[in-house]
Ligand binder design. Sequence first.
Ligand code: MOS
Length: 736
Amino acid sequence: MTTQTAPSASAPSTAVASTGTAVTTAAPTRSSGAVGTSHTRLEGRAKVTGAARYAGEVPFAELAYGWLVTSTVARGRIRSIDTEPVLAMPGVISVLHHENAPRLRPGVGMMGPDATLQILQDDRVPHFGWSVALVVAETPEQARAGAEALSVTYDEEPHDVVFSGDHPGLYTPDGGIRGNTDMENGDVEAELAASPVVVDQRYTTPEEYHSAMEPHAAVVRWENGRLEAIDSNQGSHAVAQDLAKLFFLDATSVRVRSEHVGGAFGSKGLMRPHLILAAMAATVLDRPVRVVLTRRQMFSLVGLRPATAQRVRLGAAPDGRLRALDHEAASFSSTVHEYTEQSGQPSRVMYAAGALRTRTRVVRLDTPTPSFMRAPGWAPGSFALESAMDELAERVGLDPIELRLRNEPGVAPASGLPFSSRNLVACFEEGARRFGWADRDPRPGSRRDGRWLVGTGVAAAAHAAGTVPSSASLTAEADGAFTVRIAAADIGTGARTALAQIAADALAVPVKTVRVKIADSDFGHAFLAGGSLGTASWAWAITEAAAALRERLTLVDHIPGEGITARADTTDLVKAMKGQERHAFGAQFAEVAVDVTSGEVRVRRMFGIFAVGRVVNPLTARSQLVGGMTMGLSMALHEEGIRDTASGGLVNADLAGYHVASNADVPVIEVDWVDDPDTYNPTGIKGLGEVGIVGTAAAIANAVRHATGVRHRDLPIRLDRVLAAGTAIENGGAAR
Ligand code: MOS
């Protein structure tokens, strides 16, 4: 996320300036001190000068251009595709469709068999915007003209794209990585029945779209018997593996590179249709082919965060201590593949409840297949849970921070495992002090500033921060430099720079002597830039390789021309890790102003303070956290994919209609972190790409409640919703 957060003219004034430089992490650095020091992005100059090439810009010789044609019905079968007139158009080389496209191996998918990858394989149309043909031409303009002229007719079938929490088709998913994680400790119903105070509320979040700046793009060619792709993705190794499987190739016959990626947020974690189509066309035509998705196509082909309908029930003693926590979450998936949004996740981690239950339901609709979007499960789940906790605080007359402190768990509530570290209390204490929480008048609707009602809100944040196997190599070059090779991805996070700092410290050399080569599947397996798993996992592999290299270097008196290389693979180390729960934590604070006449909500300031382990690069870490919070603000107030029930497509499949927070929406966001030593993974690093979005929407909704006396349980908090709900003033001071 690279959102600008400079104060803008139209944003109300902000009291807090952004620091971004405070580093209080206490974990030991290995040596030369690069880790923990701010460092600008190594590729920054290349990016701002345009020298950095993204996948859609790589100039292969003899390149042909593919333009995708997508379905205009939400369900049915393709009756006919009239290719003749299009093939006669200037420059058009080929039209690929289900009757002539190469056959793909079924059952392929990074997270289990995913039929979403089976494009141009049959005449079935499972949703509006599904891939139905690729027009290939000598220029992009000719391909586009051909695609627009292609006549496709359908036998339409009735569709259902309307999600609700009481849809009759909801069922319990039956397993798998993204499947059923239902759990119950204790007897939730009995504890709820016995609780003197019960909060029982429903919350909804809409369809949300990743909206990365760089569209999905790939250039593919056959080169010396290998299928070679430059693709915009989050994990070149995993994508190469899937591409090989899909095309019945050896893993060694496929190479995927993704040197620069302009944002992803989860949408580039899996292989996407543009790459499959480019590989199909390159194979059929024996010629390099480029496919770039349009913004509109990104709204139907690269995943989305599904809408959720959640019910949270909290049973508490009068002192606020939880006796029961029940979190039910429903979401939708496509008819093609089961993806489940795990919104119960925060409830399994956050609070000590006597009895705890999380349940997940999913319904299959005639929509695109959803997928991971920044903090999947955690982001929508935290909106429901952290709103409900705010409601409980009011019910028992406790400060919302005090309520959370009273319910701090000793061990992870669902699993019973110890936390590797948990410094959430420190986040709240330091955050309250820095934000000025003590000065807050808890009465809703009590603060007015002209036509604005002003309020503040708080919420907790957490995100899993695990470690997964990766491999890396390190070469001592004859010229005195060192080269890291790892199939990591830098999707705009600063990962490349962080890894250079890690390697520099592990080798006890200056950062400028380290070159980092990333995002090439030939470098061996490494986990994708996702799940807040990347940096911690990659850094471990690099430090292991560095240790091995340093040992080798003690045995030689000179470095040969080809250098000396050491490799490391952390697979066995990761397997041997002890059973602990590991999470990044945080406290989110927001101040909002609500215009009582227009219903407009402005966020005036936000402060997020996090426990994220050892911070490698304060500059880019801060950017990740600010970006996450910005995306959370956007989720709270703006983002909403609106499905047209008639066509089954999105009404607002562009960045004019799908509003992502822009500069004028975003005040100065202050971010800091507390000491969070953590030795679970020897690098001490916790991922922080996702925790920033968690809890932000709840903090804002809680602030809107404090400002207006009205609780908003449906996101986004649009002005029409604010107007319709009224305010405490219009409602005679009565809080609802
Ligand atoms: Mo992500 S949603 O961490 O790919």
